[in-house]
Design a protein around this ligand. Structure first.
Ligand SMILES: C[S@@+](CC[C@H](N)C(=O)[O-])C[C@H]1O[C@@H](n2cnc3c(N)ncnc32)[C@H](O)[C@@H]1O
Ligand SMILES: O=C(O)C(=O)C[C@]1(C(=O)O)C=C[C@@H](O)C=C1
Length: 254
């Protein structure tokens, strides 16, 4: 499918209200996320690399909030065991319909199952890899702990959760600097000040960022034994959280 340019917030007041993953957003999503999230084009292939290390034969790999399936396909190709199954979940029918098309164009022995459902209702079982690539930030904060506990409970020993998020900072000056640099990144990618400010307003209350400390603590509280920050650019991070039930997590020697 050709990628359309994101012009959603170019005109003043034409898209009032909160940000939604509707048909208009789904149509331009590859362009939108590439120009909005610093490092997205690095993070996607690295999800494949991380999946290669943690995917175990005869297990499920979950991509929660899969959108058009960029992370889904990275996991599918990283899996390396034909007996793995990727389960990709999104509650936006506009996203899932387009995702179906992308998956159908891809050729690989690892099966992909798409589910159009709320990830808060998804059953997570026998999982060696779970990805939340810029999705948890859209889940209401008071539901995040129980979701992560449920994910941990559904994971096999030695499994990994990949969690990418936009974050906030405890220190006000750092918050201001990182936001400024993120907006500079968007400007460098062709977004106008009007587009940046209109999208920012639309995302308020919908995308709720938290600090790195809060994310780490919540993951540990949910039962994960180790949390590794493997990527950061400005206010965007990605973590790997390990599910080692036997608590033996020997860090591998190089
Ligand atoms: C920023 S996008 C994720 C990008 C995608 N993971 C990727 O790597 O390209 C967030 C996605 O999460 C989905 N989402 C948000 N809340 C959800 C929920 N409660 N259940 C299922 N999907 C959800 C949205 O519909 C949207 O497609
Ligand atoms: O924070 C912003 O300004 C963003 O545009 C970020 C973000 C995200 O992190 O998911 C928000 C919505 C779209 O899905 C694409 C990017």
């Amino acid at each position: 499918m050709p990628t359309e340019r994101d012009r959603i917030f170019t005109q003043a007041g034409t898209r009032p209200g909160s940000f939604q993953f509707d048909d208009a957003v789904a149509r331009v999503f590859p362009d939108m996320i590439r120009r909005s999230v610093p490092g997205y084009t690095t993070i996607i292939p690295m999800i494949g690399v991380i999946t290669s290390r943690f995917a175990q034969p005869d297990t499920n790999l979950y991509d929660l909030g899969c959108s058009l399936g960029a992370s889904t396909l990275a996991m599918r190709h990283g899996a390396q065991h034909a007996s793995c199954r990727v389960i990709a979940v999104d509650n936006s029918s506009a996203m899932i319909e387009r995702c179906q098309h992308h998956i159908a164009l891809d050729d690989n022995a690892v099966q992909v199952q798409l589910r159009c459902e709320d990830l808060l209702d998804s059953t997570i079982e026998n999982a060696s890899v779970v990805t939340l690539n810029f999705t948890l930030q859209f889940v209401p904060p008071d539901q995040r702990s129980s979701l992560l506990r449920r994910i941990h409970e559904g994971m096999v020993d030695g499994g990994a959760l990949i969690l990418s998020e936009k974050i906030s900072f405890e220190d006000d000056d750092e918050q201001s600097w990182q936001s400024l640099l993120h907006h500079d990144f968007k400007r460098a990618n062709g977004y106008s000040d009007l587009e940046i400010s209109q999208k920012r307003s639309a995302l308020e209350q919908v995308l709720v960022p938290e600090t790195l400390t809060a994310h780490r603590q919540r993951l540990l509280d949910a039962g994960f034994t180790r949390v590794v920050l493997w990527y950061q650019c400005f206010n965007f991070v990605s973590l790997v959280a390990l599910a080692n039930r036997q608590k033996n997590d020997p860090a591998p020697s190089a």
